[in-house]
Design a protein around this ligand. Structure first.
Ligand SMILES: *Cc1c(COP(=O)(O)O)cnc(C)c1O
Length: 395
């Protein structure tokens, strides 16, 4: 079946759409795949794990031959921590490119791990540029690794990963990518973009349910990672060796989540893979942004930096607009939106990922319009301070 020609299905049981960047709205088939039990040691489940690992490596596209997949129990952050603690040697030094909450979390993780680090902090949403990275690496030969966030989900900015990868490899350093909210919808082919390892998780663009993350890394890095990690459960090298030897996870795997994820991977392939998934999300974003702008809303980011994953809108200046009320009114209409994470101005976010298409996004815009009427908000225009803030982006 060519699912790209079909519309996505509405959630059953009167559930609201989750316009959030994971957990997100999944298909009924994905949920249904969880309606049986698997023995973690059994051959059937071992085959499922092997199939999943192979499919994930293949999703990387051209240049994936040197890569292997290490699934890791827990939420996405566990997989990020496994990557950082396993691949950065204890005497290594990391440069973190931060422009939001997930960059900050990477720094915090390195602090916990006791790994030396420096930060290029671009604030709430400005992108790290290749030139800046090149300069920092030239000035500090002790830096061994660069850590980049592919799509920084806190603002929705799509960071210029090509530039960063180029600067990093030109300086002979290693790149680790948090592609949590981008993988599966935005290409990250190793033949185009040089990196040593990346992480993502089950409940983002592949549209599975939460329960594990996965590292996709070069075999040479996985080999060299031996002894780096000070945590037994997060040791990517140990998980990799054990999985390749026995076909099993070292500790209880999230069996039902893996079953659901395999169904999600099949649907992803049926839809047309990374390009088609990314294109659907881009249409979702385009319909959403155009409709919201018609109501007077403005996006935090200029079009150039808008990812197809999640969009940040400024809260309207109209004093009748109260975010908590807006949230409740949207929920009453079947849509769960997401509060903003900016420090300077009030904002909220709307996710474009999950089992939703442009028809759903039109309903989202209609629900927003109706909610404004119910609150007595005449215009959704943002305050001048927000526009001033945004002008910095263009500068
Ligand atoms: C979702 C996400 C994570 C992981 O968050 P968890 O809550 O641990 O799943 C990490 N980085 C980015 C960019 C994300 O979007």
């Amino acid at each position: 079946m060519d699912r790209s020609q079909t519309t996505v299905e509405a959630p059953r049981l009167g559930e609201p759409y989750l316009l959030t960047p994971g957990p997100l709205t999944t298909s009924y088939a994905v949920k249904e795949a969880m309606l049986r039990d698997w023995g973690s040691w059994d051959g059937d489940f071992r085959a499922m794990t092997a199939d999943m690992r192979k499919r994930l490596v293949d999703l990387l596209g051209e240049g994936s031959e040197d890569f292997d997949c290490v699934p890791m129990q827990g939420s996405g952050t566990f997989a990020v921590e496994a990557m950082l603690s396993s691949f950065i040697p204890r005497d290594g030094k990391a440069l973190v490119l931060a422009n939001g909450a997930y960059g900050k979390r990477a720094i915090e993780t390195l602090e916990y791990l006791g790994r030396d680090n420096v930060v290029l902090d671009k604030g709430d949403y400005l992108p790290p540029r290749g030139k800046e990275v090149a300069q920092i690496l030239a000035d500090d030969p002790a830096i061994t690794h660069v850590i980049a966030i592919h799509c920084e989900t806190s603002s929705g900015i799509l960071n210029p990963i090509e530039e960063v990868a180029e600067a990093t490899s030109a300086a002979g350093r290693k790149l680790l990518v948090d592609s949590m909210s981008a993988f599966g919808a935005i290409e990250l082919a190793p033949s185009q973009i040089r990196y040593e390892a990346m992480v993502s998780s089950a409940n983002k663009c592949i549209e599975g349910v939460p329960g594990f993350g996965f590292i996709l890394a070069r075999n040479s890095e996985l080999e060299a990672a031996r002894g780096n990690c000070a945590s037994i459960s997060l040791d990517a090298h140990a998980q990799w060796v054990h999985m390749n030897k026995t076909g099993q996870w070292r500790f209880t795997p999230p069996t039902h989540v893996v079953a659901a994820f395999l169904e999600a991977l099949r649907a992803h392939a049926d839809e047309g893979g990374v390009a088609a998934r990314g294109a659907r999300y881009a249409r979702n974003r385009d319909v959403l942004v155009a409709g919201m702008r018609e109501l007077g809303f403005e996006t935090l980011l200029a079009d150039r930096w808008l990812s197809q994953i999640i969009v940040t809108f400024f809260c309207p200046a109209d004093p009748n607009f109260v975010f908590d009320r807006f949230y409740g009114l949207m929920k009453d209409k079947g849509f769960i939106i997401y509060p903003g994470k900016l420090t300077v101005v009030d904002s909220f976010r709307v996710g474009c990922i999950g089992q939703m298409d442009e028809n759903v996004m039109r309903q989202v815009v209609a629900a927003a319009s109706q909610s404004l009427v119910e609150m007595g908000v005449k215009s959704a225009e943002p305050p001048q301070a927000a526009l001033d803030e945004r002008a910095k982006l263009a500068a």
